[in-house]
Design a protein around this ligand. Structure first.
Ligand SMILES: [Zn+2]
Ligand SMILES: [Zn+2]
Length: 377
């Protein structure tokens, strides 16, 4: 973007970000070292940090931007209220922009924070100037106009922001007898730190990490960013399967957003949780493994046996996919009536399981081939 004439600065945003970063990342730590914060101040700041972060991932992102599940009104109200703690604009604005990011990811003409416009632009630069791509297109979030909680939050956003980001920390500060400390830690530091963590999803999670499921866009899976963002770091999975309420798929991947949505469903506060069919996930993963192996074997003085093995694996892969498509077609043809039959359903389930198992074994073989080729590279 350096050769393009830069649009004017968004003065209010520049002042806000300079102020919050100086207060949060310079003054608050100095105050912490020289004066220190009380235990209660730490506890309240941590609680606000956790609640606001979870509300962004569970609410702003997975519920409202992607509709990956449905939530009862008490949960929606909580997510909308605690989300304002993060100062990332109203749900309505956030979701409209985020949907454009997914639709036009990496496109410098349309993606609001395209990584192709540079790391800084994707991280924060997009908010600091009147870029054409930063304009809000509310037509992207028409469905949210039917959600009274979303529209209420949008209407009263700034009142809520002042109340939650200054009013509540001030009140808590009085309560525990540490007003300045509470404002510096629970508002200043917490806000600056958590905002950068979120911004890392647009910058770092489009730069650093693995492309496990697709290389069609710049998104990456990164466990470190997941730790800082309540699970949002598995961004390659998310961009590949955005309708899924999960980001970290494996049980060992840190994704509290996913865990809490499941827990909410267990308590009856959420339902209709969307999951990508296992086979589709396996197919995407294997496709990437094949691609990476092919590239590696093409570059090196590869063993002819490995190339032959890869070729035969690929044939098997195509066969498994063809069989899966056949089962899918059969199921559609059978219609909903047939699927009401228990025996029929069992038959289908076992056929899917067989195909999934075949994919799983193939992934394991490819992983060992990857290790072998890496060891001799
Ligand atoms: Zn998203
Ligand atoms: Zn992204």
């Amino acid at each position: 973007m350096s050769d393009v004439k830069k649009p004017p600065l968004v003065v209010s945003n520049v002042i806000f970000f300079v102020a919050i970063n100086i207060i949060g990342l310079v003054i608050a730590p100095i105050y912490g070292v020289l004066v220190g914060f009380s235990g209660w101040t730490w506890a309240f700041a941590a609680a606000i940090w956790i609640l606001s972060g979870l509300s962004i991932t569970m609410g702003y992102h997975r519920l409202w931007s992607h509709r990956t599940y449905k939530a009862a009104w008490p949960l929606r109200l909580m997510l909308a209220i605690f989300g304002t703690f993060s100062l990332q604009n109203s749900i309505y604005v956030w979701a409209a922009r985020h949907r454009v990011h997914h639709r036009h990811v990496d496109d410098v003409e349309h993606d609001p924070h395209s990584i192709k416009s540079g790391f800084w632009h994707a991280h924060m630069g997009w908010m600091l100037r009147h870029w054409k791509t930063s304009e809000i297109d509310f037509s992207q979030a028409k469905d949210l106009e039917n959600d009274r909680i979303v529209m209420w939050q949008h209407k009263h956003y700034w009142t809520l922001v002042w109340l939650f980001n200054l009013g509540i920390p001030l009140a808590l500060g009085f309560l525990v007898g540490d007003v300045l400390g509470m404002v510096l830690l629970a508002s200043g530091f917490r806000l600056a730190f958590s905002q950068h963590c979120t911004f890392f999803i647009n910058s770092l999670a489009h730069t650093w990490g693995k492309r496990t499921y697709s290389d069609e866009d710049s998104s990456r899976d990164n466990g470190v960013i997941a730790l800082l963002t309540w699970g949002e770091g598995y961004h390659n999975y998310h961009h590949t399967f955005q309708a899924d309420y999960r980001n970290g798929l494996r049980w060992w991947q840190f994704d509290p957003g996913k865990w809490l949505i499941s827990l909410s469903a267990w308590f009856g506060l959420a339902h209709g949780l969307k999951r990508t069919p296992k086979f589709k996930i396996q197919r995407a993963r294997l496709q990437m493994q094949f691609k990476q192996l092919e590239q590696r074997l093409a570059q090196s003085e590869a063993n002819a046996n490995w190339r032959a093995a890869l070729e035969s694996e690929y044939q098997q892969f195509k066969e498994t996919i063809a069989q899966w498509q056949a089962v899918q077609a059969e199921r559609v043809q059978a219609g909903a009536d047939a699927l009401r039959d228990r025996w029929y359903r069992t038959q289908f389930r076992t056929r899917y399981k067989e195909l999934e198992y075949r994919m799983k074994m193939q992934a394991a073989r490819l992983s060992s081939l990857q290790r072998l080729t890496r060891a001799t590279a």
